[in-house]
Design a protein around this ligand. Structure first.
Ligand SMILES: *Cc1c(COP(=O)(O)O)cnc(C)c1O
Length: 227
């Protein structure tokens, strides 16, 4: 087995254990394999052993890697998990099956427009800045309910859930609990929360999707400045 396949088995095992520990079925948790900075060949290692759900945080990087893979594996499901600029809305709708980073009115409006034009309706998550960090994307918790209503009722966006990235220096469980509460209050079934360091906690707190990169693919090279 490849390293990737080994790590996949290990992470999947931990997810299953965390799910069962809280009386949930492991099948209710989807592992989004975050392949940013890693090559299409690393993605193929996981496709070879049956994994189908992947995440990228930049539209352009996804476009470089995934069209060919999606042609070869029609059931591949690609999630956009990084901040989305309004002028990339069309490209995002064209490539991604799920967009997890909807966080403002202008972006929501651009997405609906492109969905209508392209005849594709990727499922949407609203990203919540649960730590209210000024540098971080996501809608503030106090603005969430009105924004969900706007997206669902006015724009008719296919909103299915919420996503968050807790502050690095805080207890993630508090943020996961807050996100779960906000989703329940808004009647949203999906919760994207938990990364390599805390995905088991997230599963115990109700995550339906965990986004795991380095625990599957190894450490990433240091961040490059955006082009
Ligand atoms: C990179 C990234 C991840 C995965 O992070 P790891 O710590 O490598 O698991 C998850 N979510 C988002 C939004 C990311 O950008």
């Amino acid at each position: 087995m490849s390293d990737g396949a080994d790590h996949l088995a290990e992470v999947s095992g931990h997810i299953a254990e965390a799910a069962r520990a809280t009386g949930r079925s492991p099948a209710d948790v989807t592992l989004v394999a975050v392949s940013k900075t890693h090559s299409a060949d690393r993605v193929r290692e996981l496709l070879d052993v049956g994994h189908r759900v992947f995440g990228e945080n930049r539209v352009q990087e996804g476009e470089g890697k995934f069209p060919e893979l999606k042609a070869a594996y029609p059931d591949l499901e690609l999630h956009l998990i990084g901040p989305l600029q309004t002028n990339k809305a069309r490209d995002a709708v064209a490539l991604f099956d799920v967009i997890q980073s909807v966080d403002r009115d202008r972006l929501a409006a651009a997405l609906v427009k492109e969905m209508e034009k392209l005849g594709r309706r990727p499922a949407c998550y609203i990203q919540v800045n649960t730590g209210e960090e000024p540098q971080k994307a996501g809608i503030l918790p106090k603005d969430l309910d009105a924004f969900v209503a706007l997206c669902r009722d006015q724009y008719k966006l296919p909103v299915v859930g919420l996503m968050c990235i807790p502050p690095v220096d805080e207890e993630p469980a508090l943020h996961f609990a807050l996100l779960a509460k906000m989703a329940a209050r808004n009647g949203l079934a999906k919760l994207s929360m938990g990364m390599s360091a805390d995905y088991e906690t997230a599963v115990r707190m109700g995550a339906t999707h965990v986004r795991v990169g380095s625990a599957l693919f190894g450490a990433r090279p240091p961040l490059q400045p955006a082009p």
